[in-house]
Design a protein around this ligand. Structure first.
Ligand SMILES: *[C@@H]1O[C@H](CO)[C@@H](O)[C@H](O)[C@H]1NC(C)=O
Ligand SMILES: *[C@@H]1O[C@H](CO)[C@@H](O)[C@H](O)[C@H]1NC(C)=O
Ligand SMILES: *[C@@H]1O[C@H](CO)[C@@H](O)[C@H](O)[C@H]1NC(C)=O
Length: 225
């Protein structure tokens, strides 16, 4: 009896290990399309450069999957990616993504206006990547966002209001060229916001009083704003 139970257990362990985390074909296709779209320096890249058809894409460096083999995280920081991420990029069809990090690349283009097509994004990292132009207002449609990193780019224009993104905990917008003033709507009602860094920008006007009454706020950087 004991032996047969053990055997059955081993069989299930085998099945689970075999199935668990196996990349879905549609997800793999999207990742390979993304790789072929992106312009990157293969002497700098340590992850993207190694992605290929042969193995389970959930095991590729920089890729994370859930138990059903859907891609939920992509960490491609410092991969020597340059140029523009197109509005029709396969990136925006990886709709299960919850974490995306493209920091430390060389975009020198505008932030694409399509991130709202990734409704599950909780963490978006676009820091230190040479992004120019405005912060797309559609970023404020990402209601699951917890962390948003846009520091150290060349972003211009005014800051969209993120009052619909109720789960936000940290917002890093420092070291850009953001202008305009903050209204009473900006960051209003963000009960979980603990870090707000707007330092080193070109903002003007007065600091809305409600920023000081956000219940979770612990770091508020407004110097040289
Ligand atoms: C695909 O990737 C694996 C693991 O990184 C590597 O061993 C293999 O040589 C690669 N195959 C091709 C065709 O590049
Ligand atoms: C973004 O949110 C605004 C306000 O909630 C809404 O009017 C707009 O249609 C949304 N845009 C997209 C592209 O989802
Ligand atoms: C805020 O944080 C609490 C505690 O971690 C969590 O339960 C809640 O879902 C978060 N979001 C909002 C909108 O309160």
């Amino acid at each position: 009896m004991a032996v047969s139970s053990l055997f059955r257990l081993l069989f299930f362990v085998f099945i689970i290990t075999f199935v668990d985390g196996k990349c879905r074909d549609d997800q793999k296709t999207l990742l390979l399309e993304l790789k072929s779209e992106l312009v990157f320096d293969s002497s700098i890249s340590k992850r993207l450069v190694k992605w290929n058809e042969t193995d389970d894409c959930c095991k590729w460096r920089g890729v994370g999957c859930d138990d059903s083999g859907r891609v939920i995280s992509l960490e491609l920081q410092g991969e020597g990616i340059s140029g523009r991420i197109g509005e029709s990029s396969s990136l925006f069809r990886l709709t299960y993504l919850s974490k995306l990090d493209l920091s430390g690349n060389f975009a020198t283009s505008e932030i694409p206006n399509q991130f709202h097509r990734l409704p599950n994004l909780a963490s978006l990292g676009l820091s230190s990547s040479g992004f120019v132009g405005p912060i797309p207002s559609t970023l404020a449609n990402l209601t699951q966002l917890v962390e948003l990193h846009l520091s150290n780019n060349f972003l211009t224009g005014s800051i969209p209001s993120f009052h619909n993104c109720k789960n936000l905990e940290s917002i890093y917008f420092s070291d850009n060229k953001l202008k305009g003033s903050l209204s009473h709507l900006h960051f209003q009602g963000l009960k979980n916001l603990s870090v707000l860094d707007l330092s080193q920008n070109a903002l003007n006007g007065t600091i809305p009083h409600h920023l000081f009454t956000l219940p979770s706020i612990s770091y508020l950087f407004l110097s040289y704003s």
